[in-house]
Design a protein around this ligand. Structure first.
Ligand code: AMP
Length: 125
């Protein structure tokens, strides 16, 4: 059950459909805890999305309701993906939108991984 900000998990969301293999993605990594694929509308030379395998609609939901094993596995996967893509030098940015004010569009928790150029201020405007 989500804790705040979004309605209950909707398993028709686009990332749930990608997880079920109903629609394609440009996959870069998969393990028991995470799937990573290229964003369909990249905002940096590298723009990868990392999603947990479980049905969590936001960071708030994931951090409150996922097991320690799921959280640990997911966070380790994000690190492995960034390392394997060669992003540790000169660096990358992680971003997770949560709820209305963040502009979260897809109600399945995801981390954006940006890299490939200087990324500027954290919150433009
Ligand atoms: P957010 O605004 O944080 O919910 O980000 C959702 C992201 O999902 C956006 O950057 C979209 O470009 C991306 N996106 C939406 N549909 C797809 C898709 N089918 N495959 C890959 N990325 C997608």
């Amino acid at each position: 059950m989500p804790v705040s900000g979004l309605p209950p998990y909707d398993d028709t969301n686009i990332f749930a459909r990608i997880l079920r293999g109903e629609i394609p993605c440009k996959k870069v990594y998969e393990d028991d805890f995470a799937l990573a694929f290229h964003d369909i509308a990249p905002q940096a030379p590298t723009h990868v999305l990392v999603i947990p395998k479980g049905p969590y609609c936001s960071f708030a939901d994931f951090s409150a309701c996922a097991s320690d094993n799921e959280i640990g596995g997911f966070i380790r996967a994000v690190g492995v993906i960034a390392k394997d893509l060669g992003l540790e030098a000169p660096g990358y940015r992680l971003l997770a939108n949560m709820g209305e004010h963040s502009g979260q569009e897809v109600p399945h928790f995801h981390v954006h991984l940006f890299a490939g150029r200087p990324l500027g201020r954290m919150i433009p405007g």
